[in-house]
Design a protein around this ligand. Structure first.
Ligand SMILES: NC(=O)c1ccc[n+]([C@@H]2O[C@H](COP(=O)([O-])OP(=O)(O)OC[C@H]3O[C@@H](n4cnc5c(N)ncnc54)[C@H](OP(=O)(O)O)[C@@H]3O)[C@@H](O)[C@H]2O)c1
Length: 318
């Protein structure tokens, strides 16, 4: 079974490579960006001996070539940028999805399953009403629009072709191989002696360890799931608890600074987690996922964060 991963050099991609590489029936095909090799040197060892296609998702002829020569049975589409200029976010996140779907249709090469890793933020302002999968989406930022439009495109394409789709909506993914500035800056702030607490102590987060997400994706494939699902850890901490865990891991006594709502609103244009927190969606419901997949991600948060911090430290990122 040929399985294509786009954005394979990123956080989720590296955990997927490690997880799926152990499964003999799967042949991995990896798409990575031209910048990944310099930016993420650890990817060299992970991709050795595998079919790797290096190119930009915005380059339609590259994507078409990738689809025609690899003919994947399953596609896991991960490419996205979390921040940047609005136009760039839309052209990579949504334009990239359009290129993949366009190439599949033009080449008449259709996978059995199309997996898209979206985000809870695809619902945008709709999260103020709740985060259940059926809620109406009101995406506002370019990232939210790019995720929602991609979801819609994947649903439309797969239903037209009569193939399965699995759309997963995490909140915050953490783990080794993350170069996401959200976690790096938070760790750095705590090291400098400041624990930022946005607005109040009981705002919920929704975390998932990247290794658990990789396992969840595999379970979704083998259980024949078809649909859109929220996904998170069994017991996500409040943001305050998360900071407390980090303080303890870093053995730092830092001062809690409650950041006022106005400042959070401004910073949330750049930092996804803050945007999510300002929407106050409460604990993300995962009943649909649990009922269909029968698996609850459960990596112990303390251990997961400890691995993440050690990895960041060993790679000179904090
Ligand atoms: N991380 C989170 O907390 C989180 C939360 C919710 C949803 N998600 C979603 O989950 C998916 C995977 O996220 P992740 O954390 O693994 O992201 P990531 O670590 O940033 O990986 C994304 C990969 O996409 C590549 N890429 C970016 N622009 C590209 C382009 N123009 N052409 C080809 N490749 C390009 C990046 O290349 P470079 O190596 O050059 O950077 C990177 O390797 C994304 O769709 C994201 O929106 C993530």
């Amino acid at each position: 079974m040929k399985l294509l991963i786009t954005g394979a050099a990123g956080l989720v991609g590296t955990h997927l490579i490690k997880y799926l590489d152990k499964i003999k029936s799967i042949e991995l095909i990896l798409q990575i960006s031209p910048r990944s090799i310099d930016k993420r040197p650890w990817i060299k060892n992970l991709t050795e001996g595998k079919q790797v296609y290096v190119g930009d998702i915005r380059d339609y002829s590259f994507i078409r070539q990738l689809i025609v020569s690899s003919k994947p049975d399953i596609i896991i589409h991960l490419v996205a940028i979390p921040m940047g200029k609005g136009k760039e976010i839309l052209s990579i996140n949504y334009g990239g999805t359009q290129n993949i779907v366009g190439a599949l249709q033009e080449a008449k090469v259709h996978p059995h399953v199309f997996i898209y890793i979206s985000a809870v933020l695809a619902l945008g302002d709709g999260l103020k009403d709740g985060a259940e999968e059926y809620r109406e989406a009101k995406p506002r930022t370019p990232y939210e629009k790019s995720k929602w439009l991609s979801e819609e495109l994947v649903r439309e394409y797969t239903s037209k072709q009569g193939i399965r789709h699995i759309i997963l909506r995490p909140v915050w993914i953490y783990g080794e191989h993350s170069i996401n500035p959200d976690i790096i800056n938070l760790v750095k702030a705590i090291r400098w002696g400041v624990s930022p607490i946005p607005i109040s102590k009981d705002l919920n987060t929704g975390l998932i360890y990247a290794g658990d997400l990789a396992k969840a994706i595999h379970i979704a494939i083998i259980k024949g799931l078809n649909g859109t699902y929220n996904i998170r850890d069994r017991a996500p901490p409040s943001f305050y608890e998360l900071v407390t865990y980090l303080k303890s891991l870093l053995e730092k006594r830092s001062i809690d600074i409650v950041i006022p709502k106005r400042l959070i609103d401004i910073a949330s244009r750049k930092i996804h987690l803050l945007r999510y927190l300002t929407l106050h969606p409460g604990l993300i419901p995962i009943d649909k996922w649990v009922a269909d997949a029968g698996y609850i991600p459960h990596t112990n948060l303390y251990q997961g964060l400890s691995r993440t911090i050690n990895w960041l430290h060993n790679n000179g990122l904090i």
